[in-house]
Structure formats: structure tokens, C-alpha cells
Ligand binder design. Structure first.
Ligand SMILES: Cc1cc2nc3c(=O)[nH]c(=O)nc-3n(C[C@H](O)[C@H](O)[C@H](O)COP(=O)(O)OP(=O)(O)OC[C@H]3O[C@@H](n4cnc5c(N)ncnc54)[C@H](O)[C@@H]3O)c2cc1C
Length: 594
């Protein structure tokens, strides 16, 4: 594999070009380059030996002290759902490996209910049974050691893969067993969820478990390492591919297309610009171009290429080559109630509780269902709220292209909740300053947009998130906040934290009114940073951008493979599902599926 940041060393033509060397893009590139020439173009640097990137205990919360070369962020402008006053940081990875080189490595999978909802939205071949083999193909799961098992770790072998590039394992040693077991028992008490040996079976709703991460134990270093997509699909000796070339520190400004006589367009190459500024280069592709720049940037690449809402493109002086109003619509993310830190009880200051300074986010994760979170009629309550939600706001801001798209998605979410899709995630993190409990929504209905406002590729697109603009999303956020407060007051977790820990944390207590909780939520929530949907895979009449084969409607050979194709946020955390998307995309491309 040839990795360079110098275009003068490259050929002018490759069979496949991948736009973005991130999480999904490198998985696709790896598989295609076994028998083909492939050029990956990545905006960020190659951070192969950077310890801030590779050490899994470095990233979260320590960026100020140890800046990661992969860290990148842009602000979503203030808007309705952020109290009209807050800028929300949209953090993302920009280097080889993309988000997988900076994320918290929480190893979550989509669910049976979620994948089947995706299929029912008009995507044959994407149900759980079809998709699971691709997630398995990507991973090498490390079963817990005897010591980890004694501390409570477990797994179900049949749902895992054992020969793929991505390492998935429990931390060695187990991070903080006392705290982890207390968190499990407390979640059972707070939400009525039961202990599952493995949250990756597709049936995580109603369960809690010790969690695995995208890390592997390095025998030489005798330490855990991050299994980024770069360290899984690109750098290891076994993954070297003579046909694979990677150009770093260059931005793809646009995809070049030519019209066909039948009205379709064909991608023939890309224009590329150095990230630091400078001369444009052109690279040709003889087979396909795959856009894998992530949910924030892939719509921008397409819009600059003349693919998107024609009226909008013309307003920027861009000549439309394909009128696809769904490009940049249906953008969504989960809501994260974050950085809720509870000071330790004086008696609790032991490594088994705090893990010393080893912060690995989400070592215990609970997935309450609608019934667990809202009571015995929870599913009906949520279904009624979803089906009665109005598309008006989303339509007015371009978050959906029509009301049918909004209601089809709402109704599939209600179905998913009927078959135990989790509605909330509550996760626990030990740290030297205290114990943290965060909570995240999973399937939001609020919809936003990603739109460029200039043709300059070095300028970030404008991302109007429109979080919490549908009432059901607000109601779920309130329940998340109340769940965190309950956890702080429920033994055995409460025994590990100071008596006044809840008050110290700032989370509203059980006596707070809904209005007070809402104020706290609106003032403190953060994006879940699992952005999806901005080039959704769904029927074109619902605003879809790609078909189930990930080909952009109206093109012969231009595909998208990254988080932007996921039309509903069915991946509680995205990465392991996205490796499945990458594997499936490569499989479809190599089999000529269109
Ligand atoms: C801080 C953080 C924590 C997270 N924690 C978790 C977690 O614990 N578990 C989990 O599963 N997920 C987590 N995620 C989410 C997950 O990492 C992302 O959803 C995932 O990495 C997205 O993958 P992708 O392939 O869609 O895009 P990316 O991995 O973002 O890849 C896109 C790549 O394209 C490049 N690019 C963009 N535009 C261009 C262009 N024009 N030309 C060339 N290159 C371009 C970017 O630099 C980037 O490298 C986290 C994300 C962040 C940011």
C-alpha cells in the first residue's frame, strides 16, 4: 500500500476512487483493492504512530492537554432546539480512519428491529439476517479472558466474527469491576432491564451489560490499542495491497460526471485540492467513484458536483447535473446528556471503582425499551406520540422532502419499539474525578439539513441540526435526564458516590418539575455525534439519494458508503454497523450489483 501526500508521485487513473479515508471508506478500499487499483483521497493527515490516537485511554476529555491530529469540529448555528442561543459543536474525525481514529470506541451494533425497519423502508437485503454476516466479516472478537469472565464479562459466540480486521474486546484488565457491577444492578433497579451476556445479538432492548469496545490487546506492548479503521483495514502487514494508493491531506472538491444518452450520469473522476490550499489535480476512475466523506461532508461533495436540489444548486451558481432534493436532507443525530460526573464517596476511592486515570467511555450500557422507560403502556404512548407528530416544521426547514417520508419513518420507529428496540441508552464511565453516567437518545424524529453555502471545498457546509424540534424527542430527553438522577440515588451505584453527588452534578433531582428538567436538558445537551441520514438510502419518492445497492439514483457508477446513507438512526453507536456497511458495499460492487 502506498500512502503519500504528494500528488506528483501518483498515476492519473485508477479503477476505483474513494472519497474519504475514514471509517467506512477504508473498509471498502481494502476489499476492492485485492484485485483492483484503488485511490483513496483523505482530507486529513496520516496519524499512524500518534499515541494520542492509538492509546484508547487518551481521547475522551483529554483533548485539550493532548490534542489529537484527527480532531475536527464545526458549529451548528443556534436554533430552536438549542434554546435559540447555543452553538452546538459537531465533532468529527479528520485523518486516516476518520471518526474511528478519534471516537470513544463503544462497540455497539444495530438491532434486529432496527435493521428490519431499514429494510421495510424500501431496502431489500438490509434486514438483520442479511446484514449480520457483514458485521461478522469485519470483526475479530476477543472472547473475555478467565479473569474478565470472573469480573462479569460474557459473550455469545454465534453472533460474532473471529477472522475480520477490526479488533473488538473488553478492556484488559477489566476497567473498574466494582463500579461496573454496581452500575448493572442499579440499571436493573432504575429501568427494570435484565443482564444480557451480549448486547450484540440484535436484541439489546430491555438489557444491560458490561460493554466491549473497538480495541484489541497488543501482545508486544502488553497494552490495549485502538482498532481504528486505519489500524484494521490499512496499516497491518496482512492488509497491504499493491493496488491501493492513499493520498492524504487533499480534499475532493467535486466528482466529475458525463451525461449518458438515457439521462443517467457516469462518474469519470474527481477534482482534488491540497488541504493547505494550492493547485487542483484531476484523477480519473475507470470503474466507479465511492463517496465516503461522512454524513457531514458527503452531501457537500455531491452538491459541489451538481447533485442535489436543483433550485438550491442554481442559487449558488452551480449547474445541476442531477436534481436530487434528498441530498443533505433527513440529517439526524441523537441527543447526549453528557459529562454528568458524580463525586466519589470517601470510602470508594479504589482502582476497582475509579480505574485510576483510565477513562474508557461506557463500560456498562443499559438499553431500556419504551416499556422500561415509560411504564407498561410505554409502547402505546410512544407509538401514539410518533404517529401524531407533525411534519410541518421538518418540511418548512427542508429536513424532509415530503410529509410521507416523515410519517413513513415515524411509523417504522413505532414498529421497531414494538419489537423491543431500545429507546434510551444509559451508560456509565469510571474516571479519576468521579463516576459518570451519560444518557443518549437512540431514534430521534427531528430532521435537519446539510448544505454548502459556497463552492469553496475548504469551507465547511452549514449544518442545521434542528435537534429536539419534535415533541417526542423532547419527552424522551426528559426521561433520559430523570433516569440519570434515579441512577445517582439508587443503590448500589449510589453507595459509591458522595451523598450530595446528585446536587453537585447539576442534574435536576426527582422533585424537579418537567419544565425545570427541560430547561436543564436544553441548556446542557450535546449532539450524540452519530450523524446519519444526509444521503439516505430509501425510495427516491421519499427523498432517498441512494438505492439499496448504494448507487446514487440517476447514476451508473457513483455510490455512497458511509453514515450518510443510514436513513434512520438505528445504530445506537455507529461504527460497528458502518463496518458492516463498508463490507456490504464492497461485496455489492465486486458482484456488480446495481
Ligand atoms: C468524538 C467522537 C466519539 C464517538 N464515539 C463513538 C463510539 O464510542 N462508538 C461508535 O460506534 N461511534 C462513535 N462515534 C461515531 C463514529 O465514529 C462515526 O459515526 C463514524 O466514524 C463515521 O464514519 P463515516 O465512515 O461515516 O465517516 P468518517 O469516519 O468521518 O470518515 C469520513 C472521512 O472523509 C474525510 N473527508 C471529508 N470530506 C472530504 C473530502 N471532501 N475529500 C476527502 N476527504 C474528505 C474526513 O476527513 C474523514 O476522514 C464517535 C464520533 C466522534 C466524533
Amino acid at each position: 500500500t502506498f500512502i503519500t501526500n504528494d500528488t506528483s508521485t501518483l498515476n492519473g487513473s485508477y479503477e476505483y476512487i474513494i472519497v474519504g479515508g475514514g471509517t467506512t471508506g477504508l473498509a471498502v478500499a481494502n476489499r476492492l483493492s485485492v484485485n483492483h487499483t484503488v485511490l483513496v483521497i483523505e482530507r486529513g493527515p496520516d496519524a499512524m504512530d500518534n499515541e494520542v490516537v492509538n492509546d484508547p485511554f487518551m481521547p475522551f476529555g483529554t483533548w485539550v492537554l493532548y490534542p489529537s491530529p484527527c480532531f475536527n469540529t464545526m458549529d451548528a448555528p443556534p436554533q430552536v432546539g438549542s434554546n435559540g442561543s447555543r452553538l452546538l459543536p459537531l465533532t468529527h474525525g479528520s485523518c486516516l480512519g476518520g471518526g474511528s481514529s478519534i471516537n470513544a470506541m463503544m462497540g455497539s451494533r444495530p438491532t434486529f428491529a432496527g435493521m428490519n425497519a431499514l429494510e421495510a423502508l424500501g431496502n431489500p437485503g438490509w434486514g438483520w439476517n442479511d446484514f449480520l454476516p457483514f458485521m461478522q466479516k469485519s470483526e475479530t472478537f476477543a472472547p473475555p479472558t478467565a479473569e474478565q469472565r470472573a469480573d462479569g464479562a460474557d459473550y455469545i459466540a454465534v453472533v460474532h466474527g473471529f477472522e475480520g480486521p477490526v479488533g473488538v474486546s473488553f478492556a484488559t484488565p477489566f476497567v473498574a469491576p466494582t463500579m461496573q457491577n454496581a452500575a448493572i444492578n442499579t440499571s436493573e433497579n432504575v429501568y427494570g432491564v435484565s443482564l444480557s451476556p451480549d448486547l450484540g445479538t440484535g436484541f439489546s432492548g430491555g438489557h444491560v451489560a458490561h460493554y466491549y469496545h473497538h480495541i484489541h490487546f497488543n501482545e508486544t506492548l502488553q497494552a490495549d490499542r485502538r482498532s481504528s479503521s486505519a489500524w484494521s483495514y490499512l496499516y497491518p502487514l496482512a492488509q497491504q495491497r499493491p493496488g491501493l494508493t492513499v493520498l492524504t491531506e487533499h480534499i475532493v472538491s467535486s466528482v466529475i460526471t458525463r451525461p449518458e444518452s438515457d439521462g443517467n450520469i457516469t462518474a469519470t473522476g474527481v477534482f482534488v485540492q491540497p488541504t493547505a490550499g494550492g493547485q487542483n489535480s484531476l484523477f480519473n476512475s475507470t470503474r466507479e467513484v465511492v463517496v465516503s466523506a461522512g454524513a457531514l461532508y458527503s452531501p457537500a461533495v455531491l452538491q459541489r458536483s451538481g447533485i442535489g436540489n436543483a433550485t438550491f444548486l442554481k442559487s449558488l451558481g452551480i449547474t445541476p447535473v442531477l436534481d436530487l432534493p434528498g441530498v443533505g436532507a433527513n440529517f439526524q443525530d441523537q441527543i447526549l446528556l453528557t459529562k454528568v460526573s458524580f463525586p466519589l464517596a470517601p470510602s470508594a476511592n479504589t482502582t476497582n471503582v475509579t480505574a485510576g486515570d483510565k477513562v474508557l467511555l461506557g463500560v456498562v450500557v443499559a438499553h431500556p425499551t419504551a416499556i422500561d422507560a415509560f411504564g407498561p403502556n410505554g409502547t402505546d404512548i410512544i407509538e401514539a406520540a410518533l404517529l401524531n407528530s407533525s411534519a410541518e416544521f421538518a418540511l418548512s426547514v427542508g429536513g424532509v422532502v415530503n410529509a410521507e417520508s416523515f410519517s413513513a419513518q415515524a411509523s417504522l420507529m413505532a414498529n421497531a419499539y414494538r419489537i423491543d428496540h431500545p429507546i434510551i441508552e444509559l451508560f456509565y464511565t469510571p474516571g479519576s474525578k468521579g463516576l459518570e453516567a451519560w444518557s443518549q437518545s437512540i431514534l430521534p424524529l427531528s430532521r435537519g439539513t446539510v448544505r454548502i453555502n459556497t463552492t469553496d471545498p475548504s469551507v465547511d457546509p452549514v449544518v442545521n441540526t434542528h435537534f429536539l424540534t419534535v415533541d417526542i424527542d423532547v419527552q424522551i430527553a426528559l426521561r433520559m435526564a430523570r433516569g440519570i438522577a434515579q441512577a445517582a440515588l439508587t443503590p448500589p451505584f449510589s453507595d459509591l458516590i458522595a451523598i450530595d453527588a446528585l446536587a453537585e452534578s447539576g442534574v435536576p433531582g426527582p422533585d424537579a418539575t418537567d419544565e425545570e428538567v427541560k430547561d436543564w436538558v436544553l441548556a446542557t445537551y450535546m449532539p450524540g455525534i452519530h450523524f446519519v441520514g444526509s444521503n439516505s438510502m430509501m425510495p427516491q419518492e421519499l427523498g432517498g439519494v441512494v438505492c439499496p445497492e448504494l448507487l446514487i439514483y440517476g447514476t451508473t457508477n457513483l455510490r455512497v458508503a458511509d453514515a450518510s446513507i443510514v436513513p434512520m438512526s438505528i445504530f445506537p453507536h455507529t461504527t460497528l454497523g458502518l463496518y458492516g456497511v463498508g463490507e456490504k458495499a464492497a461485496d455489492m460492487i465486486l458482484n456488480g450489483q446495481k
